[in-house]
Design a protein around this ligand. Structure first.
Ligand SMILES: C[C@](O)(CO)[C@H](O)COP(=O)(O)OP(=O)(O)OC[C@H]1O[C@@H](n2ccc(N)nc2=O)[C@H](O)[C@@H]1O
Ligand SMILES: Nc1ncnc2c1ncn2[C@@H]1O[C@H](COP(=O)(O)OP(=O)(O)OP(=O)(O)O)[C@@H](O)[C@H]1O
Length: 316
């Protein structure tokens, strides 16, 4: 074959770096019931996780060393060193499977940082799934789940997505029967909230009021609403024990929750440990009205709409 006869397919090309991109959803807790503090500093929970269509993407590419870059929502506040949960996930998976953590990680964030929507946990789950695929580790889903639980209480759920019950410290996941699609509006706050600080404030408030922490549990009415796929029933059944401590630390969150209620939300909820507030609307028109009203609230930095449930960490 002469050079003149070479087609573009025949020409020698540099080898493309192999890479894997994984998309991972944010979560809200439709119910979050918190028990007393445990000796290890955690609290036993009963929660119903619900993944929503706000996503981070984690790209893992072949590399000689471990590097991390980040872009998108709140990227300036994301640490790019060994404290980043995605970095820790890559190191843990490499150690477990006996290899060097040689990977170039890139995070494209759509989930607010320190917003109570498990953004860092999503990145940890995404890095586990992306590195697992890149390195071909052959680990089972159960093995990935145990690694996820070592990285953080919210990490295992990000592997599954959908709607699921969480118990233990939130790392034990069981399916929940849920039907239909729900319209959510999220109000991001100007500043993040520390998850341990919110749990500590709950303990402090309970102690100051002489309250005994109840054994954690989820109301039947919430599970019935999910089985029926009924947004009005679901809106009435939303519960979060962390609302009181989060609003005690950040009183302006009350104004955000009130603005959504006044705009016609059929359910209002603090997302996880906050400060993101979540609003359930009856349909797309209702969600648009709630989003428009919240965008004008001074306590709100940004507003996003999303559908739930969303799928868990998956390779694109
Ligand atoms: C508030 C939630 O987002 C609800 O899903 C989670 O409970 C928090 O999950 P997370 O951010 O993955 O939390 P981790 O990284 O495991 O823990 C951070 C800190 O939060 C507190 N924490 C977390 C989970 C739990 N069941 N009890 C706790 O008291 C502890 O102070 C812990 O040191
Ligand atoms: N990949 C990451 N993305 C964002 N923050 C990270 C990441 N890794 C570590 N962090 C650190 O973790 C802190 C909490 O961030 P994150 O976005 O996970 O909070 P969160 O959504 O409130 O968590 P959760 O809902 O699980 O309690 C940040 O302030 C940041 O310093």
């Amino acid at each position: 074959m002469t050079a003149a006869a070479l087609t573009p397919e025949d020409e020698p090309r540099p080898r493309l770096t192999e890479s894997v991109t994984v998309r991972v959803p944010a979560k809200v807790n439709l119910a979050l019931s918190v028990g007393p503090p445990r000796p290890d500093g955690y609290h036993d929970l009963a929660t119903v996780f619900h993944a929503v269509g706000l996503f981070d993407e984690v790209c893992a590419a072949e590399s000689e060393t471990l590097t991390l870059t980040c872009e998108g929502e709140g990227a300036a506040e994301v640490p790019l060193d060994a404290t980043n949960l995605a970095w820790r996930a890559a190191v843990l998976l490499a150690e477990t499977t006996g290899r060097h953590p040689a990977v170039r990680l890139h995070l494209a964030k759509g989930i607010p940082v320190a917003g109570g929507m498990a953004g860092g946990s999503a990145d940890a789950a995404g890095a586990l799934v992306a590195c697992d695929a890149l390195w071909g580790t052959g680990l089972s889903r159960d093995e990935l789940h145990s690694l996820a639980a070592r990285l953080g209480s919210d990490v295992p759920f990000a592997l599954y997505g959908g709607t699921a019950m969480g118990t233990g410290r939130g790392d034990q996941i069981a399916p929940v029967l849920a039907r239909g699609e729900f319209h959510w509006v999220f109000a991001f706050a100007h500043e993040g909230l520390s998850t341990p600080a919110v749990f500590r404030e709950l303990d402090r408030l309970r102690e100051a009021a002489g309250e005994e922490a109840p054994a954690p549990g989820v109301d039947d009415e919430l599970l019935r609403a999910l089985r029926a796929g009924d947004p009005a029933l679901l809106g009435a059944a939303l519960r979060n024990d962390l609302t009181r401590p989060a609003t005690s630390l950040r009183p302006d969150l009350r104004a955000t929750l009130q603005a959504g209620r006044e705009a016609g939300a059929i359910g209002t909820l603090l997302s996880g440990s906050g400060p993101t507030c979540a609003f359930l609307a009856a349909d797309a028109t209702g969600a648009a009205a709630v989003a428009e009203a919240l965008a004008a609230a001074p306590s709100v930095r940004a507003v996003r709409r999303a559908l739930g449930p969303a799928p868990g960490a998956h390779v694109l």
